[in-house]
Ligand binder design. Sequence first.
Ligand code: C2E
Ligand code: CA
Ligand code: CA
Ligand code: CA
Length: 276
Amino acid sequence: VKAQGLHSYRFFTASMNERTRALRRIETALRQALPRHELSLYYQPKVDAESGRIVGAEALLRWHANGRELYEPDQFIPVAEDTGLILPIGAWVLRQACKQAQLWQLRGRAIAVSVNVSPLQFQHADFYSWLDDVLNETGLDANLLELELTERMVMSGGDATTGLLQRIKRRGVRLSLDDFGTGYCSLSYLKHFPIDALKIDRVFVRDLISDRDTATITSSIIAMARSLNKLVIAEGVETREQGAFLRHAGCSQLQGFLYGAPMPAAEFQQQLLSTD
Ligand code: C2E
Ligand code: CA
Ligand code: CA
Ligand code: CA
């Protein structure tokens, strides 16, 4: 027993060191990523549940070097958050996404762009002025920008957070709660926050068809959200059955591989402009 304990202890420390080294590698490379132009935004269509028309796009960060993906967002975004690198990166994402949506608007297809905001960015004292500056500089209609926040960010901050959310709303920017249902936000709490939309997390969508409890929970989240006058968006929609279920349950927008994977800006624009 003793030997085994010692062995697993050694194993544990070795894997911790390995993990720390891997994170360091990501951090070192990530410091260079912006100046080296290795970061880009992909766009994934959000479609109207009734008409199937593209009504928005979520901007999703990608990191490529020499024509191939270096790390996935789930690997490097936590590192960016831990090291504070998410601040310059997040500012770049916001500006880039707004410029892009402004271009679509100029080409006659005014659709909303959704940007993921990280907790560190949102907590920063200058967040509102960055946002305001970007809107003023790019000239994008504020109501064509949607910020995706998580439950935790909205719930944890008290009065200061509510005040910031209200300021953002007054500026005309839309707010949605990402990954809804995975955190600890109760629906009744939601009416206190100036949130326009909820995004039902992918885990619900994934099990909708195979699991009756998931289907019941999802339907009631959608019904209650609607009774609070919130729009509901479903993410991770991969099959026609899931799409049909969610449309009947009252989702107003759908997003997922069924309607289009995240794609480079040029490809997205081509698809957008070739449809009405
Ligand atoms: P998220 O905000 O929940 O984004 C949705 C993720 O689901 C994306 O992963 C997207 O590619 C993926 N997805 C979309 N449709 C489907 C589908 O039908 N099936 C499945 N299985 N997956 C689908 P991605 O792009 O790897 O991003 C992962 C996470 O990284 C995002 O989760 C978001 O939390 C974060 N992220 C991405 N870009 C940014 C960014 O610019 N800033 C910040 N702060 N976070 C970002
Ligand atoms: Ca998101
Ligand atoms: Ca999500
Ligand atoms: Ca997520």
